[in-house]
Structure formats: structure tokens, C-alpha cells
Design a binder for this molecule. Structure first.
Ligand code: OFO
Length: 168
């Protein structure tokens, strides 16, 4: 059975994933409103992924014989000021999330709860991919000219994100 400390860490992370889904949803709505349908699409897909992560934590807690506590989600922060700000936030958010994931992996190792340690490895890998995705976005925007990018290069970036494959 899960220890009290691990239960609480997993439950907090479950809620954090739900909050991440809200954050990406809000960024997507902002991007859509700015006319970047492809970027919005990418952010909506990402929001769905985060919600799936929330469910993964919920199911894992249940599998280990505990009852997850579904909590209120926080309102997302105010709109970004620019696309650079938007992508920087995605990156910063993923870094914070990685730290949360690592802390649970560390706790599970300390407690020798190898089932949880093993479960967390999926998220360790996922975070590596998501951080890369976020830095790729920042790079692509820089190449397009950052906040001074022309409409034409932003159009291309937007188009390339419209059909990016879903991964989780
Ligand atoms: Fe952004 O990933 Fe969930 O964990």
C-alpha cells in the first residue's frame, strides 16, 4: 500500500496535471484569438495530454488501493504578452513539472516503493520529450524572427504546428 507521504505527493501531482491542462487550454484560447489556429491546436492537444496524465495518476492511486482526492483546479494566469512569452511559459511550466516528477521519483526510491518508482519512469521520459518540444518551439520562433517575425514566417510556423503528431 502507498505510504501517506507518497499518496499525498501523487495526489498533489494529479491536481498539478489538471492545472496544467487548464493552463494550456487558456494559452490555446489566447493563441486562437490572436489568429494562430495552428499554435492553438498544438496547445489544445497538449492540454488533452495533461488531462490524460491527471487520469494516469488517478488510476495509479486507485490501483494501489487508495482513494484519490479530486480537488478544485486553479484559474490559469493572465494572457501572455506575445508569442515568445507564450512559448517561454510553456517551457517554464514543463521545467517546474519535471521538478515535481523528480521529487516523487526520489521519494519512492527513499521508501523503496519500486512500483511507484517504476510508474514514475514513464513521466521522467515524458518530461524529457516535453522539455525538448518546448525548446524546439522556442527555437522555431527565434528562427522565424521572434516577436519581430514577419506574418509570412509566422504563418509557416503556425501551419507546421497544425498537424504535429499527438504523442500521449
Ligand atoms: Fe507536461 O506533462 Fe504532464 O506530466
Amino acid at each position: 500500500r502507498l505510504s501517506k507521504a507518497l499518496f499525498s505527493a501523487l495526489n498533489t501531482q494529479m491536481t498539478r496535471e489538471g492545472n496544467a491542462a487548464q493552463i494550456y487550454l487558456a494559452l490555446g484560447v489566447w493563441a486562437d484569438d490572436q489568429g494562430y489556429g495552428g499554435i492553438a491546436n498544438f496547445l489544445y492537444r497538449h492540454s488533452n495530454e495533461e488531462r490524460n496524465h491527471m487520469i494516469k495518476f488517478m488510476e495509479y492511486i486507485q490501483e494501489r488501493g487508495a482513494k484519490p482526492k479530486i480537488e478544485a483546479l486553479a484559474a490559469p494566469p493572465a494572457d501572455p504578452k506575445s508569442l515568445t512569452d507564450c512559448f517561454d511559459r510553456v517551457y517554464k511550466h514543463e521545467i517546474d513539472n519535471t521538478n515535481g516528477i523528480y521529487a516523487i521519483a526520489e521519494l519512492s526510491m527513499k521508501e523503496k516503493d519500486w512500483a511507484t518508482w517504476n510508474f514514475m519512469q514513464w513521466f521522467v521520459r515524458e518530461q524529457r520529450e516535453e522539455e525538448k518540444l518546448a525548446t524546439d518551439l522556442i527555437d522555431q520562433l527565434k528562427i522565424a524572427g521572434g516577436d519581430r517575425a514577419t506574418d509570412e514566417s509566422l504563418f509557416e510556423l503556425d501551419k507546421s504546428l497544425r498537424k504535429a503528431p499527438d504523442d500521449a
